[in-house]
Design a protein around this ligand. Structure first.
Ligand SMILES: [Zn+2]
Length: 242
């Protein structure tokens, strides 16, 4: 397990077992999830999971839904004490956000990052009255540049090259090796976060944001990675409690 102190977030490791996927039926992998939650003092009924469709929809959670899932969301926000937000992920990055009266948890893979999901979540929080200067931000374990490779096709690197906003220039975070492009998704997310704060008329304060350099693919023995070993349900679970 990893614990991120600045945001009080928990991340499961392979020792905790596979945590299921966003598409498996409710209840599958429940035993592993419940053991992991219990270890961290969280009751199973507190958990609300994101639906995870690798898009950019943000869900505001005001109560635990009967299915304990919010379909079609890749970011969840809550201000209700006792609600635990969860996301399963393997190579996608969990982004944890905490402020004095609430939490948000983002599932940021390459599609979500290319759609600006982290920036969109920050803007939503500001619209909800959250002061961005009070946010603690942590980017967790995900696939790092050493292993995230794209080609120049329709699902490829063009998603990170065609942005016309000059504050979002990702080119120095993309390494070309022959026909392959190694994209530093973590760095791209950081560029987006800094640009969003700039648009707010703010800067990210020293110590306000941390980003893990651990790679899910490199972390054999610690983390599941679908790109290293595609196995349905073999995912990590991130949890935060409001
Ligand atoms: Zn790696």
């Amino acid at each position: 397990m990893r614990f991120y102190e600045n945001v009080s977030a928990y991340l499961s490791t392979v020792d905790d077992g596979p945590m299921g996927s966003s598409t498996n039926r409710v209840g599958q992998y429940a035993e592993n999830r419940e053991r992991f939650l219990a270890k961290n003092g969280i009751a199973p009924g507190q958990l609300v999971l994101g639906g995870l469709v690798s898009k950019d929809r943000i869900g505001l959670v005001t109560k635990v839904p009967p299915t304990q899932r919010v379909p079609d969301t890749d970011a969840l926000v809550t201000k209700i004490p006792g609600i635990a937000l969860g996301m399963v992920h393997s190579d996608c990055f969990p982004v944890y956000l905490r402020w004095p009266s609430g939490i948000a948890l983002v599932h940021a893979g390459w599609r979500g990052i290319s759609l600006g999901i982290v920036s969109k979540t920050l803007k939503r929080l500001k619209a909800l009255g959250v002061d961005p200067s009070l946010l603690a931000i942590q980017i967790g374990v995900g696939i790092q540049q050493c292993h995230f490779v794209m080609q120049d096709d329709e699902n490829g690197v063009s998603h990170f090259l065609n942005d016309r906003d000059p504050s979002l220039d990702y080119r120095r975070h993309i390494k070309r090796v022959g026909e392959l492009f190694y994209v530093d998704l973590r760095a791209v997310a950081l560029v987006q976060i800094h640009a969003t704060y700039k648009a707010f008329g703010l800067t990210v304060l020293p110590g306000q944001m941390r980003a893990s350099k651990e790679c899910s693919f490199c972390g054999e023995g610690s983390f599941y990675s679908q790109r290293r070993q595609p196995t349905p349900g073999h995912n990590n679970l991130s949890v935060m409690v409001c």
